[in-house]
Design a protein around this ligand. Structure first.
Ligand code: FMN
Length: 222
């Protein structure tokens, strides 16, 4: 089956894209507003974009409901210019789900999720102490795309925190200790990093050698 993207209603585009571009990493993003009130919300339209400069990207949708067409995360990034990407491990999933609830403004979702915070080094928003990797970011640019207050936020990483015991002195990361989850299909499916395989990168010489060996084997057989 194939479709022209422009012919698909928004709802169907969402279905096809979020159920095929898989798995997606999850950023549990913490921010503060201009009054210093903290906020946390998960985003899986998220990835690291480059290491030099060290950039992350977030895709933040608009909101249909009053009081603001912007989600609190986007509004806070506009107000303070900073945010923290807290990566989500298996142990953090339930708290992350609480942070995704559209709470009224008077409820502190970080407290409701039972999460402890730690002060950031380089930006105003807090970090989540329970997250194995916390990336303090400064907004470099945000592009307002589409008609419904969708924003693509680009942030430059200012400071990296990784829980002790995950990285050794040679900067090798223990993936099992990291235990991150990714977002899968449908509304509620997630994946861990436990099903892995190795596919060594090929060289041109190695590929040519295998081609020659295959040709030679074919010649001998005929
Ligand atoms: C796993 C997960 C991933 C999500 N990813 C996104 C996303 O990429 N973009 C988005 O706009 N909303 C996403 N959401 C929904 C937001 O987290 C939700 O709207 C949240 O209430 C926004 O909070 P805020 O208003 O405090 O920023 C996601 C929710 C979950 C559970």
């Amino acid at each position: 089956m194939d479709w022209a993207a422009g012919d698909l209603p928004e709802r169907d585009l969402y279905k096809l894209l979020v159920n095929t571009v898989l798995p997606r990493p999850i950023a549990l993003v913490t921010t503060v507003d201009a009054q210093g009130r903290a906020n946390a919300a998960p985003f899986s339209f998220f990835n690291v974009f480059s290491h030099a400069p060290p950039l992350v990207v977030l895709g933040i949708e608009g909101r249909d409901k009053a009081p603001s067409p912007l989600k609190d995360t986007m509004r806070n990034i506009r107000e303070t210019g900073g945010f923290v990407v807290n990566l989500v491990d298996r142990a953090l999933v339930e708290a992350m789900q609480v942070c995704a609830i559209d709470f009224p403004g008077d409820i502190d979702e970080i407290e409701a999720a039972g999460l402890e915070t730690a002060a950031s080094v380089s930006i105003a928003g807090p970090r989540l102490a329970a997250s194995p990797v916390q990336l303090e970011c400064r907004e470099t640019v945000s592009l307002s795309l589409g008609t419904r207050h969708r924003n693509l936020v680009v942030g430059e990483i200012q400071h990296i925190h990784i829980r002790d015991g995950i990285v050794d002195e040679r900067l090798h990361v223990d993936i099992d200790k990291l235990d991150l989850v990714g977002r899968l299909h449908g509304a509620d499916w997630y994946v861990t990093l436990r099903d892995r395989f190795q596919a060594p990168r090929q060289t041109l010489d190695g590929w040519r050698g295998r081609e020659r060996a295959a040709d030679a084997a074919e010649g001998e057989a005929s």
